[in-house]
Design a protein around this ligand. Sequence first.
Ligand SMILES: CC(C)(COP(=O)(O)OP(=O)(O)OC[C@H]1O[C@@H](n2cnc3c(N)ncnc32)[C@H](O)[C@@H]1OP(=O)(O)O)[C@@H](O)C(=O)NCCC(=O)NCCS
Length: 200
Amino acid sequence: MNMILRLEREDDWRAVELLTREAFWKEENIEKIGIGCDEHYLAHTLRTAPEFVPELDFVAEVDGNLVGNVMYSMSYVLKPDGTRHDVLNFGPLSVLPEFQGKGVGSALMRHSLKTAARLGYGAVIFFGHPTYYPRFGFKEAREFGITTCKGNNFPAFMAMELIYGDLDGVTGTYHESPLFNVDAEKAKEYDTQFSQKCHL
Ligand SMILES: CC(C)(COP(=O)(O)OP(=O)(O)OC[C@H]1O[C@@H](n2cnc3c(N)ncnc32)[C@H](O)[C@@H]1OP(=O)(O)O)[C@@H](O)C(=O)NCCC(=O)NCCS
């Protein structure tokens, strides 16, 4: 497979949202949130948010077609003394279903994490599949003394230092962009711009 990783361009936006929608769409979500997924709308809104990190917005291209994307945004740990420690958050990470399991997601993760470290970002904290991300070096955020904004810990809540010691002495609650609390109604409205999914 001939794969290129490069930064997303504005003329990729639609294709990236389409592949994100394909990657995340689940029929069972329709009952829960009224739509198969909202990550394509999240990608759409994140790009113009002040927290968005364009220098880490990578796409994977195979034979001229976009098959994967990863996006990063700034988030922070609120320490007990009221000060903030900035960290990266990532997501959505999406690979077109027919290209999953071929190393595209891993290539996007490794490339973006390496680039983030080279650019001087200190750490990454996020929510994701607890069996997938440890291979890139992620550990449970609990090990760093960092909890969710509600004070919780669970295996899907993970963290990794990019600069050794960046999270030393950094304990507290984690806060990501408010855009991650996706407005389901707005996501549904936005989704009408995409072709209907066949449910039969
Ligand atoms: C998760 C995802 C990004 C991984 O990308 P990918 O290109 O399929 O993954 P790779 O080929 O690099 O790696 C394959 C490995 O990922 C694992 N994997 C894939 N999806 C997984 C999931 N939902 N949970 C746990 N592990 C998963 C596979 O089991 C495989 O493991 P192995 O190497 O031990 O056999 C991709 O499957 C995807 O887009 N899924 C739908 C959207 C999603 O869930 N995004 C991530 C949100 S945290």
